[in-house]
Design a protein around this ligand. Structure first.
Ligand SMILES: NC(=O)c1ccc[n+]([C@@H]2O[C@H](COP(=O)([O-])OP(=O)(O)OC[C@H]3O[C@@H](n4cnc5c(N)ncnc54)[C@H](O)[C@@H]3O)[C@@H](O)[C@H]2O)c1
Ligand SMILES: [Zn+2]
Length: 379
């Protein structure tokens, strides 16, 4: 017998800039890896309708930019589609794959996706399965997608009543975070996007958590320097996990960045879009933080700090969906089964051991969870 082991490297850039399509901004050229010797790069722009509507000049700006830099860029087209959680479905993905076919994109073509996390998830997935992978440039336009989803290596859509049931691990070619897009984002979405930063701080970075507590009020506005710092710090914590955890494609069952998500994914799906991802994660973290206290990890004062932070930000800590029954059992508990199934049969739940550090547990006591739900309702 002979075994050959291969190591296949991946790399991508995360670029921070402002006013990406100003003619003298070279970040986009950097992202497509231009150099004097390369031939023109095919670029197809796929834009979420909200962004196209709210940033009225975007279409013209992109056309001007690409024609100004036409030595390096071949502009293929600018297409607009509706985004949001509901676009994460197979039918939409098929439609996008057909668009790729119509534009005759090749494996070296760049698909530039401009929109929120849901839009990037869906178009990104279509891009990863067309010709076994087109080059994705993600330009995320929400707090959540700039600090978490777009800088990562996952693409997914919802199917069969399950969040992110169909998807791929496929790193983008590059990610460009431009704070200018956030200026049109509603406060509800800004706040919802903050949850993922609290999540990662709770399991990895006490100092950052304390900073968030101190600056919580300033994070609610799109143009604050504190929000910009928060997004960059959160993105860097996610990036650093992907780069250094030794498990970028989540081959093992442990899934630290999914802290708070077993309940969140189920609640989000049960709410039919009325709960935003970050809002559902906020409730999920409150549940799991209480569980961590029950197991003797978090102290009472740490737990209070966490709950108060969510309250200060105006994020939910409870939802009536936690009382919904299905076949005589709380429907949210289906989230535990979904999570177990997704992880490969064995349940791994990440909890904060103390603020800034984490621990894995392998079962959840449903009776105690019910007590937590009641307690959160009273709070
Ligand atoms: N792939 C991953 O690793 C990963 C990680 C975390 C979350 N996610 C996914 O990300 C999705 C949530 O993403 P999201 O929070 O960005 O929400 P979203 O993409 O659903 O966008 C929310 C709303 O904001 C609008 N919008 C987007 N940018 C805007 C802007 N600049 N100004 C005004 N309106 C704007 C959109 O049209 C939409 O209506 C979920 O589906 C979640 O599962 C994926
Ligand atoms: Zn999340």
């Amino acid at each position: 017998m002979q075994t050959v082991h291969l190591t296949v490297p991946f790399s991508y850039s995360v670029i921070w800039t402002k006013n990406i399509f100003n003619k003298d901004n070279l970040s986009f050229l950097d992202a497509i890896d231009f150099n004097e010797s390369t031939k023109k790069q095919n670029c197809l722009f796929i834009v979420e309708n909200t962004i196209n509507d709210l940033h009225e000049n975007l279409n013209c700006q992109i056309k001007d930019y690409t024609s100004y830099h036409n030595k390096y860029i071949k502009f293929l087209g600018y297409e607009v589609f509706k985004g949001g959680e509901l676009c994460k479905n197979l039918h939409f993905v098929e439609k996008i794959c057909k668009v790729f076919k119509e534009y005759k994109v090749c494996r070296h073509s760049f698909i530039i996706i401009i929109g929120g996390g849901s839009f990037i998830d869906a178009i990104g997935f279509a891009a990863t399965i067309t010709h076994r992978g087109l080059r994705q440039i993600r330009i995320p336009t929400t707090v959540l997608s700039q600090n978490d989803s777009a800088v990562g290596v996952k693409n997914a859509i919802n199917a069969f009543n399950n969040k992110n049931f169909i998807g791929t691990f496929a790193p983008p070619f590059a990610v460009i975070n431009d704070n200018q897009f956030l200026q049109t984002l509603s406060q509800r979405y800004i706040i919802s996007g903050i949850t993922e930063g609290i999540k990662v701080a709770l399991i990895k970075d006490l100092k950052f958590f304390n900073w968030i507590v101190l600056n919580a009020d300033k994070l609610k506005t799109s143009d604050s320097k504190e929000l910009q710092y928060f997004i960059e710090k959160t993105a860097n914590l996610h990036i650093s996990h992907i780069e250094n955890s030794g498990d970028p494609f989540e081959a093992t069952a442990a899934r630290p960045l999914d802290f708070g998500h077993w309940a969140a994914h189920k609640l989000e799906q049960m709410s039919n879009g009325t709960l935003l991802h970050g809002e559902a994660v906020s409730i999920g973290i409150c549940i799991d933080a209480h569980y961590a206290k029950y197991l003797g990890y978090l102290s009472t004062s740490e737990l209070e700090q966490i709950i108060n932070l969510f309250k200060t930000l105006g994020l939910p800590i409870y939802n009536e969906l936690l009382t919904t029954l299905k076949n005589g059992e709380l429907d949210v508990f289906e989230g535990i089964n979904d999570f177990r199934e997704h992880l490969g049969g064995e349940l791994h739940i990440t909890l904060p051991k103390t603020i800034g550090d984490s621990i894995q547990i392998f079962k959840l006591d449903k009776d105690y969870l019910k007590k937590i739900f009641k307690y959160l309702k009273e709070l």
